[in-house]
Ligand binder design. Structure first.
Ligand code: GLA
Length: 395
């Protein structure tokens, strides 16, 4: 995350922009009951459909972003969730590469954050408590004793305003949401904007922005579960992962970092050279036992540029290669350990244990309580700005 000091006038303009975006959206919604809208009539129209209805009647939209290569990404306004993402294998066959569900009801019934935007705080805050300027804030403890992924109703469970448009770089959808002061226990009213852009180079570029009216903490991320084999319900243990990190953060029994940066060299946490997820996941290792597999934050090496390659995943048989670029200091590599074969898969089966992996770019877990970690504080007059790009190719 970068926090940029900005003059108040700009802050005002930004809020105005967010508000205008929101108003436009509402207007559009009330105007139409249509099933499919072509938002732009150029070569790659963005399709807008209704994905479902919330219990209170709010309509959830689905935007299908397309590029010239043939890639498609479906994004819904509930949770900003990526519900489908097609990518070619080395023969050029497009298949869905992300876990998810077919209907809104299934997401509402309980989803392990499939494809969702995560906020205000990605990952855990110990005991659901932190202090800012001498004041202690209490958050929901929705993961044992700890707070996880923004609480009971994080950004993954709210309906965002969404506006799609075609810009020079590709097809975009801009999602905006205002989190009220005190929501889920966090101080400050936070205006958030997340922009997904699908480029013609098979990149999904994600830009996160936020402004607040009181000091608060922010750590936004994206929780897509990938399975590059196209066999969404099958384990991903054969995928080779690369992580651009010399150290990772060991955790305690509640998966809270103990505050140490531990060398990966000589441990199952070493992904400095690509290695199958399944290679050492069953090794006799205390940290693997605590995580039930990989569920840790790696400390990304700094590069010449802030925005650098953080991770990659390769599926040999199909040749699909996913690369992750970010300006964040950390990445949570989660090997889908909590999936247990009970959730219905889009391809007909059920999601087996470890049938998807997540590469969540972020600041470190529990940063509000760990003085040695890079700060996640956002002040009024600053803009939170974070960028992550997922790039698909074959090799
Ligand atoms: C993150 C966490 C995991 C788990 C998943 C969702 O990756 O670190 O422990 O909560 O989200 O199930």
């Amino acid at each position: 995350m970068m926090r940029i000091a900005i003059p108040y006038i700009f802050y005002g303009v930004l809020l105005l922009v967010f508000t205008t975006v929101g108003c436009k959206q509402n207007k559009k919604e009330s105007q139409s009951e249509m099933e499919t809208v072509k938002t732009e009539s150029n070569q790659n129209p963005i399709e807008e459909t209704i994905f479902g209805e919330m219990p209170d009647g709010t309509k959830v939209k689905k935007f299908t972003l397309k590029n010239e290569a043939g890639m498609e990404v479906d994004v819904i306004t509930y949770g900003g969730i990526i519900t489908r993402w097609t990518a070619p294998d080395k023969q050029g066959n497009y298949e869905d590469i992300v876990l998810g569900f077919d209907s809104l009801e299934q997401y509402l019934d309980g989803s392990p954050y499939f494809g969702a935007l995560i906020g205000r705080y990605g990952n855990r805050i110990a005991n659901g408590k932190f202090s800012l300027d001498g004041e202690t804030y209490t958050l929901a403890t929705n993961d044992g004793d700890n707070h996880l992924h923004g609480g009971e109703k994080g950004f993954d469970k709210v309906v965002w305003d969404g506006v799609a448009k075609t810009i020079e770089e590709g097809a975009t959808v801009e999602l905006t949401y205002t989190s009220e002061d005190g929501e889920e226990g966090y101080p400050g009213k936070l205006d958030v904007k997340v922009t997904y852009t699908l480029t013609n180079n098979n990149e999904l570029d994600i830009q996160y922005e936020a402004v607040t009216d009181k000091p608060t903490v922010v750590n936004l991320t994206q929780h897509s579960y990938f399975n590059l084999s196209g066999q969404l319900s099958e384990p991903v243990l054969d995928h080779e992962i690369y992580l651009n990190a010399d150290t990772y953060m060991p955790v305690d029994g509640g998966l809270i970092p103990i505050g140490e940066f531990r060398e990966v060299a000589g441990t199952p946490f070493n992904f400095k050279e690509p290695k199958p997820i399944g290679g050492e996941i069953e090794a006799d290792n205390e940290q693997l036992s605590l995580g039930g597999g990989y569920d840790h934050c790696w400390v990304l090496n700094e590069g010449e540029k802030d925005f650098r390659l953080a991770a990659s995943a390769h599926h040999g048989e199909t040749g699909r290669l996913l690369e992750v670029y970010t300006n964040e200091p950390g990445i949570q590599f989660y090997s889908g350990n909590f999936l247990d074969g009970t959730l219905p898969a889009k391809d007909g089966g059920t999601y087996a244990k470890r049938s998807g992996f997540c590469l969540e770019t972020q600041h470190y877990p529990d940063s509000p309580n760990q003085a040695d970690f890079p700060s996640v504080r956002l002040n009024p007059g600053e803009m939170y700005s974070s960028r992550t790009m997922y790039k698909l190719s074959t090799k």
